[in-house]
Design a protein around this ligand. Structure first.
Ligand SMILES: Cc1cc2nc3c(=O)[nH]c(=O)nc-3n(C[C@H](O)[C@H](O)[C@H](O)COP(=O)(O)OP(=O)(O)OC[C@H]3O[C@@H](n4cnc5c(N)ncnc54)[C@H](O)[C@@H]3O)c2cc1C
Length: 443
């Protein structure tokens, strides 16, 4: 996060504010590029009058980005989500291209690869705005592209590899996925069995991955696999970039799911897949550590992306209950209903505050594994409670496919599972608190 002084600088250097509605995607890029330059180069410039809107970690510029995202969500996504849900697939390349052109897929990525060079709080602003998407499946696909498949790659990948694969992903021309989980290893990441052996200048990869979001349409996978057979589990893994068109890569099936239906979730097999050793991301043997590191961004992203969905469901439930009459009065007039909605909104604001705090610490360079795990745990649990309690207040209508609440109920269930289950978050939290038995054993 920029310091207050730095934020002031950004405002001074910003071009005169245009209404977002008149923006084209290329002017948006120019706007962001201008702000980026301002944040890094302290040259004097004429002060311009920029409307002030801040919210803890967000500046006016974050809100401009959110407005831009919202416009694209309203024009390019929401009119089509019902069709994509029915088809069980959203068109990743077409959708990401639009967002990539607007600069939204590489907000905190290096300018050398087409990114905006901003800090992680901008990704969070974007993630929060994605809550306006009417289908959780599309939201999760964005998260994989911007904050799950790419953080370690952006940090540790070689220049050549990033030019070839990261830059097109930032432009929205390539779809990315991340391969950690396997049939026998989900929570237990260290137990993954997919492995690569060195042969000549190549890696030969064998194994499989399970539950891979974007897996059926991805152009490349950031693959966690064992490369150092003689090392202990936590030091035997590496991240390897594997193009999905490589011979030997098979998308075995697209998994049929109870929710997030517009997102393709695939099981993928790797049979003697050959990639050059130059596709190694960072150092060999550091894959497990990189994965734990990038989980911080993934989990903060998960929490942020859940906030507006909860706001919207609570609001729409209140509206429905205000209109719906029973026993001669609006059902909202029952104290159990308006008290419950008031309490849920309070909980959402508490989660928002926790998330912003964690993001502020992270952008200052802190390790926020503890806070990010708390955010992810609370987001998963709260989304389930919001979905369940609100659906109840819709009565029979809530159980129909006619209203968003039923899709929301199905989609949000995943938040307590994917990206690390609630129980794994509790393990991490307890470990950091020094109260888990494994910690006690080591003492
Ligand atoms: C829709 C969806 C999308 C996904 N996308 C991706 C993706 O893009 N890439 C990817 O790599 N993975 C992805 N995943 C996988 C996801 O991360 C795993 O499902 C998750 O980590 C849990 O692993 P598992 O399913 O093997 O459950 P298991 O590890 O088998 O866990 C089963 C149950 O046991 C509990 N449990 C396990 N260990 C402990 C313990 N030590 N203490 C207490 N309880 C425990 C778990 O919390 C859970 O309740 C996705 C999953 C879903 C459902």
């Amino acid at each position: 996060m920029q310091s207050v002084a730095c934020r002031g600088l950004i405002r001074r250097f910003l071009p005169q504010k245009e209404p977002v509605s008149s923006w084209t995607t290329s002017t948006a890029r120019l706007f962001l590029a201008g702000a980026r330059t301002a944040s890094t180069a302290a040259q004097p410039s004429k002060q311009v009058d920029v409307e002030e809107k801040t919210d803890v970690i967000f500046t006016n510029q974050h809100f401009e980005i959110r407005n831009l995202a919202r416009k694209l969500i309203d024009s390019e996504i929401n009119p089509h989500v019902d069709k994509w849900e029915a088809e069980g697939q959203f068109p990743g390349h077409a959708v990401f291209k639009k967002f990539g052109e607007a600069g939204l897929l590489g907000l905190n990525r290096d300018e050398a690869y087409g990114g905006m060079g901003l800090d992680f709080s901008y990704n969070i602003a974007f993630a929060e705005e994605l809550g306006y998407i009417d289908a959780g499946g599309v939201v999760s696909a964005f998260g994989v592209q911007t904050d799950m498949a790419t953080p370690a790659f952006a940090k540790y990948g070689s220049h050549e590899l990033k030019k070839q694969y990261l830059e097109p992903a930032i432009r929205g021309e390539m779809v990315a996925c991340v391969g950690v989980s396997e049939v026998e290893a989900g929570s237990d990441v260290a137990n993954t069995k997919t492995h690569a052996v060195r042969k000549g200048g190549d890696f030969i990869i064998n194994g499989h991955k399970m539950w891979i979001t974007n897996g059926a349409q991805a152009d490349w996978i950031c693959l966690v696999c064992n490369t150092e057979a003689d090392k202990p589990k936590h030091l035997s893994k590496s991240h390897i970039l594997v193009p999905m068109k490589s011979p030997g890569v098979t998308v075995a099936k697209k998994i049929s799911k109870m929710g997030n239906r517009s997102s393709d979730t695939a099981q993928i097999f790797f049979e003697d897949v050959k990639v050059p050793q130059t596709n190694l991301i960072g150092e060999a043997g550091m894959g497990f550590i990189y994965q734990m590191e990038q989980f911080q961004e993934e989990r903060l992203w998960c929490a942020a992306s859940a906030l507006i969905g909860m706001d919207r469901i609570i609001k729409s439930t209140a509206e429905y209950c205000a209109e719906r009459k029973a026993f001669g009065s609006a059902v909202l007039n029952n104290q159990i209903i308006y008290f419950t909605l008031a309490e849920l909104q309070t909980e959402v604001e508490a989660l928002r505050a926790l998330t912003y705090r964690a993001v502020a610490n992270y952008t200052q360079g802190d390790d926020v594994t503890l806070l990010a795990s708390m955010c992810k745990l609370k987001a998963g649990r709260l989304a389930r409670i919001v979905a369940d309690k609100c659906l109840q207040f819709w009565g029979g209508m809530g159980y129909s496919e006619e209203v968003l609440i039923s899709r929301y109920f199905r989609d949000t269930r995943c938040l307590s599972i994917a990206g690390g289950t609630d129980e794994i978050m509790l393990h991490i939290i307890a470990k950091y608190m020094g109260i888990s038995p494994e910690k006690a054993k080591k003492k």
